[in-house]
Write a protein that binds this ligand. Structure first.
Ligand code: RIB
Length: 311
């Protein structure tokens, strides 16, 4: 399905500064709680997915916007450190950089607030300026952390230049404009996002398959639902394939979905099949839940078994 085997990916999406507090349990309304540890790190679903793909060896172009503030410069430097092309990492003095206060429980579960800030001041013209990169890419990767009209614009550009698209519809929304489905080749929600989008309860692989068929009926070519510890499910009009995950010790699941999507895009951009790419992405994401933080939990190539990295 890849447009080419260039290993090049363009990500149009958000960057955030993650402010992570490790807490004994989630808060109740009006409550103040002592946390045990605080970690600040680079995050945002778009940036995370770009970093994961770049760590695996993809040529990644990131299209995003930071604030001209204490976080903006570091965010751009962080992406450059991973070899990401930051030509389209723009800045504005009109809004603060995106931030994400996060709480993580001892079981590794999280709650996340995002304030997209500068990310939403990206413009259609600035996305157009990345048209040639999108055209050269094997895949365009988007999420829903920037203004929806900007995501739509990026998907439209990809359609115009014939580049296949991966949409990770996160964070969850109840409804999406109908045209977004037709602009998406691989629609990649988690269970919660699938439930919210379809109104269908997901508590098993068969129930996920039913919801995937509902999403297919809306116009996407392939649905790939991530199922946490149960791996993922690929459904298109011909097949339904459940890919299980190995049992692993969970320390922090924050960013695991981004690790999966970034790894998926990386392997697809090398020309691997969707099933093989998803199988490898499940393994990469399983490694990421064993460490704290978001990008800081993403494995380096040296920490990934050779058989996963091989084509
Ligand atoms: O998916 C995890 C990410 O969600 C975090 O990095 C946070 O920034 C939010 O975007």
């Amino acid at each position: 399905m890849a447009k080419n085997n260039s290993g090049k990916i363009t990500v149009v999406g958000a960057n955030m500064i993650d402010l992570i507090a490790y807490v004994p349990r989630f808060l109740n309304v009006g409550e103040t709680l002592h946390g045990s540890e605080f970690v600040m790190g680079y995050g945002g679903k778009g940036a995370n997915q770009a970093v994961m793909a770049a760590k695996l060896g993809s040529k990644v172009v990131m299209v995003t916007k930071v604030g001209e503030d204490v976080f903006g410069g570091g965010t751009k430097e962080n992406m450059a450190k991973y070899g990401i092309d930051t030509t389209h990492v723009l800045s504005t003095g009109s809004a603060f950089s995106g931030v994400a206060p996060i709480t993580v429980t001892p079981e590794g579960q999280n709650q996340i607030v995002i304030v997209s800030g500068a990310n939403n001041l990206l413009t259609n013209a600035e996305i157009d300026a990345a048209r040639s990169d999108i055209a050269e890419s094997a895949y365009l990767v988007c999420q829903l952390e920037i203004d929806l009209k900007l995501t739509l614009k990026a998907l439209q550009v990809a359609k115009e230049v014939g580049t296949p698209t991966i949409l990770n519809p996160a964070p969850a929304v109840e409804s999406l404009p109908a045209e977004i489905y037709g602009l998406t080749d691989i629609f990649c929600p988690n269970e919660t996002e699938t439930q919210i989008l379809t109104g269908m309860k997901i508590d098993s692989v068969p129930s996920a398959e039913l919801a995937a068929k509902e999403l297919l009926s809306r116009g996407v070519k392939t649905v790939l639902i991530t199922l946490g510890e149960n791996g993922c499910l690929i459904v298109d009009e011909n097949v339904s394939i459940h890919i299980p995950a190995d049992k692993v010790k969970v320390v922090d699941t924050t960013g695991a979905g981004d690790s999966f999507v970034g790894a998926l895009a990386h392997f697809l951009a090398l020309g691997l099949s969707l099933t093989d790419s998803a199988t490898k992405a499940v393994k990469v994401a399983s490694i990421s839940v064993g460490a704290k933080g978001t990008q800081s939990s993403f494995p380096d190539r040296k920490d990934i078994p050779a058989d996963i990295l091989e084509g």
